[in-house]
Design a protein around this ligand. Sequence first.
Ligand code: 13P
Ligand code: SF4
Length: 333
Amino acid sequence: MVAAQTLLPEAGFLDKEIDPSLDLFAEIEKIKKQKNAVILAHYYQEPDIQDVADYIGDSLGLAQKAAKTDADIILFAGVHFMAETAKILNPSKKVIVPDWKAGCSLADSAPPELFRQFRAKHPDHLVISYINCTAEIKAQSDIICTSSNALAVIESVPADQPILFAPDKNLGAYLNKKTGRNMLLWNGACMVHEIFSREKIIRLQHRHPEALLIAHPECEDAVLALADYIGSTTQLLQFSQSSPNPSFIVATESGILHQMQKLSPDKTFIPAPPNNLCACNDCPHMKLNTLEKVYLALLYEIPEIQMDETLRLAAKIPMDRMMEISRMAGLVG
Ligand code: 13P
Ligand code: SF4
């Protein structure tokens, strides 16, 4: 099967000078209208990109929006696997990204050939893959899930059916605990959600005894064990809004704090501390995207996601199963 490709801009494209007097927010709005383009952005994008987006969401919400948009162009401000997902679900649309190098450490932790060999050793296992994986891994999976619908997806499988869960071992371990299953886990992880320091979080909790710790299930078990609430990005946002608590320590990528603060201006949001001083809880892949790159991508309609049709159709089968399970369970990301 041919791997998914990206139609790349010419060398130097991203260095093109943009007139510094341009109002990029206004220009982007103008191009969106002219070209019937829509901007879908993940919560981990920088605040400026969130503010020009037509829709901001988590992986499930973004897939649901991408599947039904009637725009001609989808500018996907997130990472590569998310834009691929949009193309899998809505192939007649032109899907473009601000920076084709915006990948994902978790998706990279499952190389397709190694995964094929691992699967071959466990032929009786049903394969559930987290959406944070490449189209090649999706094509080798039986059902896809996101952190918003993983419980519903797993519970849709008979209890005696062995499951292989990939690629996130932390999310997989959390789901094993929640469901009482013993899923076989692929050894992958997200570099951002593994960066939090349990010791520093405990110290922070002592300094802010009123703050609730809210955490994404991609975090390690040692951090999740401290959490007052665990959920997908959208679920964390909703919890921060509906909880009467005045302050929160947030153990996920820092981009979500923009929406949390916007929706609850009177509450305090404290990013959970990382385990060293050089690293931070910004995803270096997500943060490759900038407003300037969004503008250039919309203007020139590159980099564009292109996908071999055989690969797309194979990847769509487990995606469709996920979409159907989410629909039946009334889950919206
Ligand atoms: P969700 O947005 O689905 O919670 O996933 C988090 C993530 O790491 C996306 O890259
Ligand atoms: Fe990948 Fe983690 Fe970045 Fe999400 S936050 S894109 S899982 S590296």
